[in-house]
Design a protein around this ligand. Structure first.
Ligand SMILES: NC(=O)c1ccc[n+]([C@@H]2O[C@H](COP(=O)([O-])OP(=O)(O)OC[C@H]3O[C@@H](n4cnc5c(N)ncnc54)[C@H](OP(=O)(O)O)[C@@H]3O)[C@@H](O)[C@H]2O)c1
Length: 155
């Protein structure tokens, strides 16, 4: 099962200058809780922005560069569509953690969207792709000071 996990502002903004536009401790904590001990799949640019593999998770980096060196705790995915097709129906929950290019490709394969809806608007240059809310039902919802977490599942 593929879950997209994302923090976005009211205009679906997710990034600025290759980084997160905000620093929200509770959201980072929630992200860690949700993804710990799971597989995390990210675009090459998001990986470079984080700067290291996320600890206690199996890290997958999506790139078209088949020369990218493989470090410990890092697996390279060159054929992302193929990866998604092969893992769409698995029982194991796999987290796709961004960025925008990767969300765009993975969205049709995702059973769940784990969204932190940040309350304030931020200047952003990267956006989560448009999606049809009517195709999903809300299965979890929790309010935090600076954002609201919602878990959506495809119907
Ligand atoms: N708010 C959030 O929750 C959140 C989460 C994650 C990221 N972000 C933000 O999003 C921004 C980065 O997003 P981005 O869209 O610029 O980059 P990205 O999605 O992280 O990475 C893009 C790279 O992924 C590879 N790629 C894309 N599609 C591919 C495909 N179909 N097959 C194989 N490889 C593929 C390419 O790597 P190569 O060029 O190496 O081939 C491409 O340059 C940053 O600002 C980051 O902070 C926000």
């Amino acid at each position: 099962m593929i879950t997209l996990i994302v923090a976005m502002d009211p205009h679906n903004g997710i990034g600025l200058d290759g980084k997160l536009p905000w620093h929200i401790k509770d959201d980072l904590k929630l992200f860690k809780e949700k993804t710990l001990n799971h597989k995390v799949v990210m675009g090459r640019k998001t990986f470079e922005s984080i700067g290291r593999p996320l600890p206690n998770r199996k890290n997958y980096i999506v790139t078209r560069n088949n020369q990218m060196s493989i470090k410990e705790n890092l697996t390279i995915i060159n054929d992302f569509e193929d990866y998604l097709k092969n893992n769409e129906m698995t029982d194991e929950e796999i987290f796709v953690i961004g960025g925008a290019e990767i969300y765009q490709v993975a969205l049709p394969y995702a059973k769940r969207l784990a969204i932190s809806r940040v309350n304030k608007s931020y200047t952003c240059d990267t956006f989560f792709p448009l999606f049809n809310l009517n195709k999903y039902k809300e299965i979890e919802c929790k309010e935090f000071d600076e954002f609201k977490f919602i878990l959506l599942e495809k119907m």
